[in-house]
Design a binder for this molecule. Structure first.
Ligand code: COA
Length: 330
């Protein structure tokens, strides 16, 4: 069902801050333990930004790495999308700050808000624009400074997230199937299961709002867990069917990195336990950066090889979800 030109990812890159925060470090802050966190989530550590680092700094570092990997100059980028839920500020977009840092002077730039699903949404957004000939070269970035939006007194959320960024360069290609059209969906009726209720126009910044800690992430963990397993599993099946690809043809499944038990449950449901990529142990949940970092690591570690078929899948606040199939290097 692909319409227009074939579109490929021609380079990837990622960046994580230097500071490593282990589960034991968190146990010194809140009432938790390495055993609790690791057994419930599969996480051992996460990276946390230096105070003077903002989301665009992470995104720019990942973008530079992706451009170097692709052999593409910043001035060649026509379209720059940053997927993030932790922008540098409300406006201008974090994409404009990344543009300035990397010198992508010929790009038009915008942020994409789909929470943890953002990087796959951005890939699909760029794919469609390249496929129809509107742009030639796109840079998509998933970047998050989650640590700036966490309540470090709330053990049920602060242990789950980390900071980081990943990026991909996309172009039209004349070989292989490239990035195939995604299946995506949303359900806004479940927004309050995972959100930051304060600080926007619904509940503007005030001393009272801050005292109620409504500017921090809030989550109903168990409900989110169940929806994530169902939605990502369904989306993967739909994306495979839509693109006429069998589960057995896929070399690697790269899901959103939110929790190893979510990843294991999807793998079991699809019968692909031997082909599931995960790095949640090292970085925790970096929201829209998680898929981007995982894709870059899978490529750099040789898990993804030229000609391989891979499936990407995401789930996030909104709720939002999606999946796509791609032929690597083609
Ligand atoms: N350390 C120790 N105990 C903790 C804790 C922590 N860090 N966080 C919560 N607890 C406690 C709870 O207070 C609760 O105690 P209670 O039974 O006395 O009330 C108990 O542990 C069990 O909590 P529960 O929520 O049932 O645990 P769980 O097995 O569902 O695991 C999550 C919790 C958050 C790890 C899990 O629900 C999850 O990963 N959900 C999905 C989250 C996610 O991926 N969000 C992002 C999606 S993009």
């Amino acid at each position: 069902m692909s319409v227009g030109r074939t579109v490929s990812i021609v380079g990837t890159g990622s960046y994580v801050p230097e500071r490593v925060v282990t589960n034991d470090d968190l146990a010194a802050l809140v009432d938790t333990s390495d055993e609790w966190i690791y057994s419930r989530t599969g996480m051992k550590e996460r990276r946390i930004c230096a105070e003077d680092q903002a989301t665009s700094d992470l995104g720019a570092a990942a973008a530079r790495a992706a451009l170097a990997n692709a052999g593409v100059a910043a001035a060649e980028i026509d379209l720059l999308i940053v997927a993030t839920l932790s922008p540098d500020m409300f406006f201008p977009s974090t994409a404009c700050f990344v543009q300035d840092q990397i010198g992508a002077v010929n790009a038009f730039c915008y942020d994409l808000g789909a929470a943890c699903s953002g990087f796959l949404y951005a890939i699909e957004n760029a794919r469609a624009q390249i496929a129809c000939g509107a742009v030639e070269t796109a840079l998509v970035v998933g970047a998050e400074k989650m640590s700036a939006f966490l309540d470090w007194d709330d053990r049920s959320t602060c242990i789950l997230f980390g900071d980081g960024a990943g990026a991909a360069v996309m172009r039209a290609s004349d070989s292989g199937r490239g990035v195939m059209p995604a299946v995506m969906g949303s359900d806004g009726s479940l927004a309050d299961l995972l959100w930051t209720p304060g600080g926007g126009s619904r509940n503007p910044i005030s001393h009272e709002m801050v005292d109620r800690k409504e500017h921090f992430i809030r989550m109903q963990g168990r409900d989110v867990f169940k929806h994530a397993v169902t939605r990502m599993g369904d989306a993967v099946m739909a994306a495979l069917e839509q693109n006429d690809v069998a589960v057995d043809e896929v070399s690697c499944f790269i899901p959103h990195q939110a929790n190893i038990r979510i990843i294991d449950a999807i793998a079991k449901r699809l019968g692909v336990e031997d082909r599931m990529f995960s790095n949640v142990e090292k970085y925790a949940n970096t929201s829209s950066a998680a898929l981007a970092i995982a894709l870059d690591e899978a490529a750099r570690e040789g898990v993804l090889k030229a000609g391989d078929l891979a499936v990407l899948t995401v789930f996030g606040s909104g709720f939002t979800w999606g999946a796509n199939v791609l032929e690597w290097g083609g």
